[in-house]
Design a protein around this ligand. Structure first.
Ligand code: TRP
Ligand code: SF4
Length: 333
C-alpha cells in the first residue's frame, strides 16, 4: 500500500522546550513511527525571516540546536526526510508563482495575521513578506503534494488558505495539487513556570535539554493551584500546571495518588514538585543521551540535513517541472 505523505515545518527557534515537544514534535515522531506515512519535516527558516528580518545572526545556530532536538526526540533520518527550506530554492519559485493567483483579500482577512500584527507591536510587520507568509506556507505544503499536515489550531487558517490556493491553481491551469488535510491531535495544555503559555520569549520555559539543578529549580518555581496558599489548604490538581506535567511524566498509579493527596492536603507542593522533577529527569534521560551524542557529532547532523535536502530537492524539482508545464511557462527557449 502506498504511504500517505505528511509534511510539517517548524520555525528555527533554537533549542526546544517541553511545550514544543508535547505540542508538536512528539506528534511528528508518532506519525513517523505509525508506519502508514512518508514524513517530510523541515526547518522553516524563511518563515523566521518574515518577522525576524532584522536579527538574523542566530538563525544558523538555532537551526542546528532545533534539529538536534528533533533527532533526540526520535525523528529517524532513515524514515523521515529532514531538510531546510532555504536549501530548496524551488520553494521561492513556487511562492512567487502562487502570489500571482492569490487574491490580496484572502491574506488580509487571515485571523492569524491580524492577531500577530496586533500583538507583536515591538516589530514593524507591515512588510510584504509577513502578509505573504501563508502563501509561502502553501508553497511548502503543495510542493510535496502532502496528504496531511500536522499542525496546531493556530495554523488552521493557513491550511484552509493552502487548500483554497491549491484549488485555484487546479482550476486555472491543471489538476496537479491535492488539497491537504490538517491533522490535529489532542495536545496537553502545558504552561510555562509562570502560568503563561510556555514561550521562549517569556523566559518561562523548561527546555528539552534542562537537567539536574536547572530542572529542579524550574520545577520548584512552577505556579500551582492559586487557592493552595498554605500547606494545610486542600488543592485542585485539575487546575494545577504541575499536575498536568505529572500526567505526562509520572506513572498513572502515582499520579492518581498525588491527585487524591493534593485534594486532602496530604502532600505539600514542594514534595509534589520533587516527584515531578525526578519524573521529568528520568522520562527525558534517553533524549538527554541523544542530545549529548549529537552535540559531539555535529558533522553527522549536517550530513543528515544534506541527505534530507537531496531527497526533498528531487520531489521539488519534479513538482516544479509539472507546474511550469501546466502554466505554459516552460518555453524551451
Ligand atoms: N507556520 C508554521 C508555524 O509557525 C510553520 C510552517 C511553515 C509550516 N511552513 C509550514 C507548518 C508548512 C506546516 C506546513 O508553526
Ligand atoms: Fe499542584 Fe501538586 Fe501542589 Fe496539588 S500538591 S497544588 S498538584 S503542586
Amino acid at each position: 500500500m502506498a504511504l500517505k505523505r505528511i509534511l510539517s515545518g517548524m520555525r528555527p527557534t533554537g533549542k526546544l522546550h517541553l511545550g514544543n515537544l508535547h505540542g508538536a514534535l512528539q506528534n511528528w515522531v508518532d506519525l513517523q513511527n505509525d508506519g502508514a506515512y512518508e514524513c517530510f519535516y523541515f526547518v522553516a527558516d524563511w518563515h523566521a525571516l518574515t518577522s525576524d528580518y532584522a536579527e538574523t545572526g542566530e538563525i544558523a545556530d538555532n537551526i542546528i540546536d532545533m534539529v538536534i532536538d528533533w533527532l533526540s526526540a526520535g525523528l529517524d533520518p532513515a524514515r523521515s526526510t529532514l531538510f531546510i527550506q532555504s536549501n530548496i530554492k524551488e520553494h521561492a519559485e513556487l511562492f512567487l508563482l502562487l502570489t500571482m493567483i492569490t487574491p490580496l483579500p484572502w491574506l488580509e482577512r487571515n485571523p492569524t495575521y491580524k492577531e500577530m500584527k496586533a500583538e507583536l507591536t515591538s516589530k514593524d510587520l507591515s512588510n510584504l513578506g509577513f502578509l505573504g507568509y501563508p502563501v509561502l506556507q502553501a508553497a511548502d505544503i503543495i510542493m510535496y503534494k502532502a496528504y496531511g499536515v500536522p499542525v496546531g489550531v493556530d495554523q488552521l487558517p493557513h491550511i484552509e488558505l493552502t487548500r483554497e490556493i491549491a484549488r485555484r491553481f487546479n482550476f486555472l491551469y491543471q489538476e496537479i495539487f491535492p488539497a491537504p488535510e490538517p491533522l490535529m491531535t489532542k495536545i496537553p495544555k502545558l504552561l510555562g513556570i509562570d502560568g503563561r503559555k510556555m514561550s521562549k520569549s517569556y523566559e518561562n520555559s523548561i527546555y528539552m535539554s534542562d537537567t539536574g539543578d536547572v530542572l529542579k529549580e524550574k520545577v520548584g518555581a512552577m505556579y500551582t493551584d492559586p487557592q493552595r496558599q498554605r500547606r494545610k489548604d486542600p488543592g485542585r490538581p485539575e487546575l494545577c500546571n504541575v499536575f498536568t506535567f505529572h500526567e505526562l511524566y509520572t506513572p498513572l498509579e502515582k499520579t492518581s495518588e498525588i491527585a487524591e493527596q493534593c485534594r486532602s492536603a496530604g502532600i505539600g507542593c514542594t514534595d509534589c514538585k520533587k516527584i515531578l522533577g525526578a519524573g521529568i529527569q528520568s522520562g527525558m534521560s534517553l533524549i538527554h543521551e541523544r542530545q549529548a551524542y549529537y552535540r559531539n557529532h555535529l558533522q553527522e547532523v549536517r550530513d543528515i540535513i544534506a541527505d534530507g535536502d537531496t531527497r526533498a530537492a528531487a520531489v521539488a524539482r519534479k513538482t516544479m517541472d509539472e507546474v511550469r508545464t501546466a502554466m505554459k511557462i516552460s518555453y524551451g527557449l
